[in-house]
Design a protein around this ligand. Structure first.
Ligand code: SPV
Ligand code: MG
Length: 431
């Protein structure tokens, strides 16, 4: 009997999968690999059922002889172990980022004369509907909200991208890249006060009110499924913050980050060039404790952002605050810096991790942008936020286009820089 292998990355078995399995059975004895949670979220999307349930789904299919775990999107380990005569897959992997996976499989099979079988990918109305229903479930507040905590458990470092509209949300949701033999995508979205304000042409001074910030969240949640980390600025008055917590939770936001400043807040990247006042440990701890008391689910996270390094108060001050804020109930610590190198951030993280191994650490490496995710993770950092790069890339592109239309009195000269209308239309999902 020949050995046939296929890998499933799904929460439901539909006619497309059954078609592959029936085809596979014609070639020999069928082993199905079920992608682990960690691999599935790199490749596709967050699972809506547990790994054990996904294994059981496959085990129940008569065409399947063996079920194994595949814990990487690439097949190296599994092919070396199983040495299948055939690997069978839908022909959708002949193009797009997943072509890298097919190329990897082809190379591995060529070493001993194995073969790939590409079967026509089934994408009819019924499969589309199933797909849409899973997405809709992932977007529901009760599923989306808890996903940040789940990702912090699974991922070596969670990556969030700034979004401030439905369109930027779609970019964070859908961008997937194959590079150096790895597939990657963003895990979460950051709703930045800076970029949300900038998109409205307003300064980042808590001027754009919460009701407006919530509308931005609505725009994003309407078209995405990934978890949201909300920039809550100072959190405002404690008496107001408790209401903010309730609303964010209800909307399915996973975390709010509030910074330990008081009075007129200015953006941290101004540092000490503008007057900014840090809140007292006592006041800010009371705000965190009140927020924790107000929240209704265990999923939601209140993250304390420490501005000691921004305000040049030193690492010891930051550590004292981190200790106090964790004691007050903070679910994570964001430490911010505007230095070009990560030295002070790493000093803080190393010292904090020596006394606290579990509380997530969050960073925003805008200024020390040469530091890689792997270096951040090696210092115990759990979440990295790319806080403003989308806005900063779009703005000069739009400005240049506006200038060139004025310069040439027509739009032809800018046209080769523009996304074709057809492509921009297909970015948007239709129901
Ligand atoms: C934001 O994105 O609004 C932030 C991060 O708060 S920073 O701009 O670096 O202060
Ligand atoms: Mg901000």
């Amino acid at each position: 009997m020949k050995r046939v292998y296929t890998c499933f990355c799904t929460d439901v078995i539909h006619e497309g999968h059954m078609n592959i399995l029936r085809e596979a059975r014609k070639y020999g004895d069928v082993t199905v690999g079920v992608l682990s949670d960690a691999a599935m979220i790199r490749f596709n999307r967050f699972p809506t059922i547990s790994f054990e349930e996904r294994v059981q789904l496959v085990r129940d299919i008569p065409e399947v002889s063996n079920v194994v775990v595949q814990d990487d999107v690439f097949y190296d380990k599994i092919i070396h172990e199983l040495k299948p005569d055939y690997v069978i897959h839908g022909d959708n992997w002949l193009s797009g980022p997943t072509k890298a996976i097919r190329d990897n499989v082809a190379g591995l099979l060529a070493e001993y004369g194995g073969q790939i079988v590409d079967v026509p990918y089934t994408y009819n109305e019924s499969v589309k509907n199933i797909d849409a229903r899973i997405k809709a479930k992932l977007a529901m507040p009760e599923y989306r909200r808890k996903r940040l905590r789940q990702l912090l458990e699974i991922r070596p470092i969670v990556k969030a991208l700034e979004v401030h509209s439905g369109l930027t949300g779609l970019i964070a949701e859908k961008t997937i890249v194959e590079h150096n033999g790895e597939l990657d995508q963003f895990d979460a979205m950051w709703i930045s006060s800076l970029c949300d304000s900038t998109a409205k042409g307003k300064p980042d001074i808590e001027l754009v009110d919460m009701t407006s910030r919530f509308r931005t969240i609505d725009d994003v949640t309407e078209v995405t499924t990934k978890p949201i980390v909300f920039d809550g600025d100072t959190g405002g008055l404690t008496e107001h913050f408790v209401y903010t917590v309730r609303t964010l939770e209800k909307m399915g936001v996973s975390a709010v980050i509030i910074e330990d400043k008081t009075g007129l807040k200015k953006n941290s990247l101004f540092g000490t060039e503008v007057a900014q006042t840090q809140d007292t440990i006592e006041n800010f701890s009371a705000k965190i404790a009140a927020g924790k008391k107000a929240q209704l689910t265990d999923d939601f996270m209140i993250i304390a952002r420490i501005e000691s390094l921004i305000l040049e108060k030193g690492v010891e001050d930051a550590l004292a605050r981190a200790r106090a804020f964790v004691a007050a109930g903070a679910d994570g610590i964001m430490i911010h810096s505007r230095k070009k190198t990560p030295d002070e951030i790493f000093e803080f993280c190393d010292k904090f991790r020596a006394e606290n191994t579990t509380t997530p650490i969050i960073v925003v490496p805008t200024s020390y942008n040469a530091t890689t995710e792997a270096e951040l993770a090696a210092h115990g950092i759990n979440l990295v936020i790319y806080a403003n790069q989308l806005t900063r890339s779009a703005f000069p592109a739009m400005q240049q286009t506006a200038e060139d239309i004025l310069r040439y009195h027509r739009a032809k000269e800018v046209d080769d820089r523009l996304m074709p209308i057809k492509q921009i239309i297909t970015l948007i999902d239709e129901l």
